[in-house]
Write a protein that binds this ligand. Structure first.
Ligand code: GDP
Ligand code: MG
Length: 289
């Protein structure tokens, strides 16, 4: 598994914008009015609150780029985590939640591939029972990755698929795919809540990980997604998908700054190998290069 990072056009954009608004002082230090920096950060998807907070904090700095680099490092460092499971829990149950199209099903495949590469056995539960195509999509991954899949041939209660899977699996890891939830759809959110309740009845400690998948191109709405999904079940970590898609990527800093939720990895493409640990070094290097 590579640990590089791709798709960080965010910093390239930031840099080109910065070079447009920064001026070089007499001693070679870089100066910027806080309003300008705030605009730059807002444009890079940091969100208004975090952007103005950072701009305020860096107002007095001579080397704004250097200070920004350190600031981002201090924000990101504590929340970048390895994708690790507690091997004493068998099966280790992971639920993947998120809005429709965020990349849940693809991330199930990526995590299956990741854990199998670590020598763990992986089963998958197809709990997006609302669309036949969703189960087909996951079944194709299960064949490709040689994983056992639990699914229902007819549309049925997703919680019952999760129940069957957890009762029958003999694997080290059980990955539970869920349906795309519009977080403001209370019916669908209560179906999701039922999945958590059901698996919790079989194993009080499950799910052992509840991962929210966020599309990197999501702006302010990512905050809403975190808030709403947290109400259904506490989020243990976030995977940011589609980092290869020319996203500005500021969403990562925003998630870090506002929620301090672990970033467990990033998606950098559509195939099962495109899962990487977020590399702060690379992120910051792109900033100052
Ligand atoms: N480029 C790119 N596409 C992705 C990534 N993750 C998912 N996708 C694509 O995004 C679309 C929606 O993904 P899917 O996993 O079906 O989303 P779900 O509705 O949350 O299950 C699919 O076309 C995926 O191939 C990623 O990291 N990079
Ligand atoms: Mg899906």
């Amino acid at each position: 598994m590579t640990c590089g990072i791709s798709g960080l056009s965010f910093f390239k954009k930031l840099k080109s914008t910065i070079s447009g608004v920064f001026s070089t002082g007499t001693k070679g230090s870089v100066r910027i009015g806080d309003t300008d920096l705030e605009d730059v950060l807002i444009g890079a998807d940091f969100g208004v609150d975090l952007a103005s907070k950072i701009a305020r904090e860096l107002r007095a700095e001579k080397d704004v780029v250097g200070a920004l680099r350190m600031k981002l490092e201090s924000i990101l460092q504590p929340i970048i985590k390895d994708m690790e499971i507690d091997r004493s829990k068998k099966p280790f149950v992971i639920v993947l939640a998120g809005v429709n199209g965020s990349g849940k099903t693809t991330t199930v495949a990526k995590l299956a591939c990741f854990f199998k590469a670590e020598g763990l056995s992986v089963d998958i539960a197809a709990c997006d029972t609302f669309r036949a195509a969703a189960t087909e999509q996951l079944s194709a991954w299960a064949i490709k990755l040689d994983c056992r899949i639990f699914k229902s041939e007819t549309p049925k209660d997703p919680a019952s698929v999760a129940f069957d899977a957890l009762q029958s699996t003999k694997s080290d890891v059980l990955l539970i795919d869920t349906a795309g939830r519009l977080q403001n759809n209370t019916n669908l959110m209560s179906e999701l809540a039922k999945i958590y309740r059901t698996i919790g009845k079989i194993d009080k400690s499950a799910p052992h990980m509840n991962i929210l998948i966020i599309d990197a191109t999501t702006g302010q709405n990512s905050i809403e997604q975190i808030k709403e999904f947290s109400k259904v079940h506490p989020i243990s970590g976030i995977i940011i998908s589609k980092m290869d898609g020319g996203s500005k990527g500021g969403v990562i800093t925003r998630v870090a700054g506002e929620f301090e939720l672990p970033i467990l990895g990033i998606g950098t493409g559509e195939n099962e190998h495109n899962f990487e640990k977020f590399s702060i070094e690379k992120f910051l290097k792109d900033l100052v290069e």
